[in-house]
Write a protein that binds this ligand. Structure first.
Ligand code: ATP
Ligand code: MG
Length: 283
């Protein structure tokens, strides 16, 4: 897939966290250097203890402390590095902490302790675990894309507006945002679905729209949590192919949580979680 300059040029750079802080050529060049490449996200010594958080939250609440039995932390000293343009699958049994790790790497949730750093470019980094909720929201909007298992599209909006929405939230006007969305629909073979609402599309088509939406902001990293979990095998393979091709053409790194080794096979690296730890230590 060829890089479409129109698509990338049309995304404004609203703040220092924007993905355009990475020059496109910079990202492509870095991609060629993997695995020795430059990091885009580093996480060190992550602990996520939901029970401790609930205990804190309930200090002035009504939940009896006896109901909050001591449980193992969902993440137990996890360190992780993602390079620019790299594609990584996170596998492991149910409950092993995959989604928790993804949410913390993406700044959706904060760990109990530990650091997550987003490396905007050389010598410019931002600690996700040290900024305000508002800044983290801005960063997520501008630098990251998300694809979840299902239910992520707004049912009342046609596909083109679903894709345009994150651009508009980032400050792009309606006409430019929908033009960019249409370019992405063309790229992913979805043009004929532009006016369809999610209820009028198949599961595979909705995931392709979700991929277009995730990539339309030209993100540095796409986070995907079981993106093919609700699809049959053939459709899942097709959707993964589209996601990986589009991300690679864009120079975006990808982190995919999956139970499916066929999905993991699309990535350049697989890490495995067990009981809140990454097997093999720092990855
Ligand atoms: N919001 C939450 N509050 C309390 N505990 C949680 C929360 N989210 C996850 N957990 C717990 O943390 C652990 C890890 O959950 P997580 O969702 O990260 O697992 P997972 O590997 O993604 O599992 P699956 O493959 O089933 O999606 C589990 O024990 C889970 O019950
Ligand atoms: Mg999960």
């Amino acid at each position: 897939m060829k890089r479409n300059q129109n698509v990338n040029a049309s995304v404004a750079a609203p703040n220092a966290y924007t993905t355009n802080a990475y020059a496109a050529s910079d990202r492509t060049a870095a991609h060629a250097l993997i695995p020795g490449g430059r990091p885009v996200i580093t996480a060190t010594n992550l602990i996520m203890d939901y029970a401790a958080r609930r205990k804190t939250a309930n200090r002035v609440g009504t939940t009896p402390m006896s109901a909050l039995a001591n449980t193992a932390p969902a993440l137990n000293n996890v360190s992780f590095r993602l390079n620019v343009g790299e594609t990584v699958a996170i596998m492991g049994p149910s409950g092993s902490g995959k989604s928790t790790l993804l949410h913390i790497l993406a700044g959706i949730d904060l760990p109990t302790s530990g650091q997550v750093t987003y490396h905007v470019r050389n010598n410019c980094a931002c600690e996700l675990t040290g900024i305000s909720d508002q800044d983290r929201t801005m960063l997520r909007r501008n630098a990251f894309g998300f694809v979840f298992q299902s239910g992520q599209l707004l049912p009342e909006l046609p596909a083109v507006e679903n894709i345009a929405l994150p651009l508009m939230l980032g400050g792009t006007d309606y006409s430019q945002a929908t033009d960019t969305a249409m370019l992405w629909m063309e790229r992913l073979g979805l043009k004929h679905l532009a006016s369809h609402r999610p209820g009028e599309m198949s599961g595979g088509q909705m995931q392709r729209v979700a991929i277009a939406r995730a990539l339309a902001t030209n993100p540095s990293v796409v986070f995907a949590d079981e993106p093919t979990g609700a699809l049959d095998q053939a459709t899942g393979r097709e959707v993964m192919g589209i996601l990986m091709d589009a991300a690679q053409a864009n120079g975006s790194a990808v982190v995919v949580v999956t139970h499916d080794p066929n999905v993991a096979a699309f990535c350049s690296r697989t890490v495995t979680m067990r009981d809140g730890r990454l097997l093999g230590g720092e990855q």
